[in-house]
Design a protein around this ligand. Structure first.
Ligand code: PXP
Length: 248
């Protein structure tokens, strides 16, 4: 089952970062989300951080009200966030690390060490009908743990691959890409739906988009930055075009 169209989730957190730099209401992340939706995004991703540094609780309510595409709600595995997710019941919940001790060295969530706690944490979310995704490194041990705790989706962390590319460390980049490819196939073989994201740009998106097992890419920071130069609609359209070209 790898003939699906690759989905694009646009992360609008950094529209809120710019808004919050001044306080007030501009620029509005909901307006950005609607534009992204019209430009070809299949979903909108927003991360409600514990310190509310960009997206706020009110933004989440407004997004859920305004969107016609699914909302992917990124959150840490805390009681507060679980309550918020259970109250709002977004289409999807992606569990991400926020604190250093929750992270593996590659940057994903340390699932293997916290299997029991995370299994209990995600069970009510799944019962409430949210699709639960776990943001992890391309690491067999973490994939197997995510599978055991009952996650339906994993999102592979592409940050290291993108950083190596930006730094011109191409041998390391290619090794990381190989791990992402192998682990996409492995996770898919376990029955997990595979997503990927973090740090992707026009330069780095295509090799990842070409993996047949990858179902969705979540992309934010680069697109919001690019929107300064070409506008959000063309920025999203170009990403969509590159993804589709890589897939075909
Ligand atoms: N996927 C996950 C799980 C993330 O936490 C983030 C960053 O919030 C992204 C994708 C998007 O990363 P970027 O903003 O670097 O494109």
């Amino acid at each position: 089952m790898t003939d699906h169209q690759l989905r694009l989730g646009v992360n609008i957190d950094h529209v809120a970062t710019v808004r919050n730099a001044r306080g007030g209401a501009y620029p509005d992340p909901v307006r950005a989300a609607k534009l992204a939706e019209e430009a070809g995004a299949d979903g909108i991703t927003a991360h409600l951080r514990e310190d509310r540094r960009h997206i706020t609780d009110t933004d989440i309510d407004a997004l859920m009200e305004a969107l016609t595409v699914p909302l992917n709600f990124e959150m840490a595995a805390t009681d507060e966030m679980q309550k918020i997710a259970l109250r709002r019941k977004p289409h999807a919940v992606c569990i991400v690390p926020e604190k250093r001790e929750e992270r593996t060295t590659e940057g994903g969530l340390e699932v293997a060490r916290e299997e029991n706690r995370l299994a209990h944490f995600i069970a009510p979310l799944r019962e409430a009908g949210c699709r639960v995704s776990i943001f992890i490194a391309a690491d067999r041990k973490q994939i197997e743990a995510a599978h055991r705790i009952g996650a339906e989706v994993i999102e592979l962390h592409t940050g290291a691959y993108c950083d190596y590319h930006a730094e011109g460390r191409f041998a390391e980049r290619d090794r990381e890409l190989e791990a992402l490819r192998d682990m996409s196939a492995y996770a898919h073989s376990l029955g997990l739906e595979v997503h990927a994201g973090h740090g992707l740009t026009y330069e780095t998106v295509q090799p990842v988009a070409a993996f047949p097992e990858v179902h969705e890419l979540n992309i934010g920071h680069f697109l919001i930055g690019e929107a300064i130069f070409r506008g959000l609609t063309p920025a999203v359209q170009e990403m969509r075009r590159l993804m589709d070209a890589a897939r075909s």
